[in-house]
Design a protein around this ligand. Structure first.
Ligand code: A3P
Length: 293
């Protein structure tokens, strides 16, 4: 989980991202209408990208259209990470994604009226999803290598020495901002999306100033969008099953869809490891009013 990381501005950043991160920080000019999606890695970034794209572009692209961009392109190809922000296709509003802390965001994101949607997930499932992802990447890059055990990786996770870590600092930062500036930062949890996707889609649309009309609600538009962006639908699309490198270098589209469930941690880590992680997280979040389980 933690190869070639550099401590930069208080976060651990992969060597291959450093240059583009600095470029993004120094040169990105936010517009008031931009939407910035910020997530902890493996918390449902792919899902959030799909949802926000579909909601904001719903007048341009009908989901009934067989050529809807999400049917032909992996969500990561539609909403670029900061690493490739220069190649963004013109669209309204412009959508960008990143995993960096608020402190590290370019100044223009903070000073303009653009909006930030933040998504996190319970640390047990985030960790397990990350472990499988790392394992998969490693077995592609170097099939003969031994990927560290879940025990070893959990230690690194709690030390915060993982891509964009420490995760709790970032989560707390956006949590506080969402309370102080609710019109600027919307704070979401993967489990809440799973729990009531319709309510969460409405919340996102209201936040982005593109609320669903009562006519749309009556026509079942929100339900259709939720179904269209569901794990079941997206993971079965041909484009998301291609093994060639299409989205991010070295990553296949299919790698972003594994199980999409709550509670899969049970299949990788023991209850005592999970409880230790819970205690650790509870301590870090103490006094914030935020719960992640
Ligand atoms: P699991 O590994 O637990 O299955 P990210 O997109 O931030 O990399 O996160 C990946 C996680 O989100 C994976 O979790 C993946 O299966 C899950 N995921 C991807 N698309 C999803 C969707 N449409 N709905 C729910 N979960 C999804």
């Amino acid at each position: 989980l933690n190869t070639n990381l550099y401590l930069y501005d208080g976060s651990w950043i992969g060597e291959s991202c450093l240059e583009s991160l600095i470029d993004f920080q120094q040169n990105f000019q936010a517009q008031d209408t931009d939407i910035i999606l910020v997530t902890t890695p493996k918390s449902g970034t792919t899902w959030l990208k799909a949802l926000v794209f579909t909601i904001t572009q719903r007048f341009q692209y009908k989901i009934s259209d067989e050529n809807h961009p999400l049917v032909t392109t992996n969500p990561h190809g539609l909403v670029p990470f900061f690493e490739s922000y220069r190649s963004i296709a013109a669209g309204m509003p412009r959508l960008f994604a990143t995993h960096i802390s608020y402190t590290m965001l370019p100044e223009s994101i903070k000073t303009s009226k653009c909006k930030i949607i933040y998504l996190c997930r319970n640390p047990r499932d985030t960790f397990v999803s990350m472990w499988y992802f790392g394992h998969q990447i490693m077995s592609k890059l170097d099939p003969s290598s031994q990927f560290p055990s879940p025990e070893e990786c959990l230690e690194q996770f709690c030390e915060g020495v993982i891509h964009y870590g420490p995760f709790w600092e970032q989560i707390l930062q956006y949590w506080k901002l969402s309370n102080e500036m609710p019109e600027k930062v919307l704070f979401l949890k993967y489990e809440e999306l799973k729990g009531d996707i319709i309510a969460q889609c409405k919340k996102m649309a209201d936040f982005m100033n593109c609320s669903f009309s009562s006519e749309e609600e009556n026509d079942g538009v929100i339900k259709d969008i939720a179904k269209f962006c569901s794990f079941e639908h997206l993971s079965n699309l041909e484009v998301n099953n291609q093994t060639e490198e299409r989205s991010v270098p070295r990553l296949d589209n299919g790698m972003f869809f594994r199980k999409g469930e709550i509670g899969d941690w049970k299949n990788l880590i023991t209850t005592s490891m999970a409880e230790k992680l819970d205690q650790f997280v509870e301590q870090k979040l103490q006094g914030s009013g935020l719960k992640l389980n």
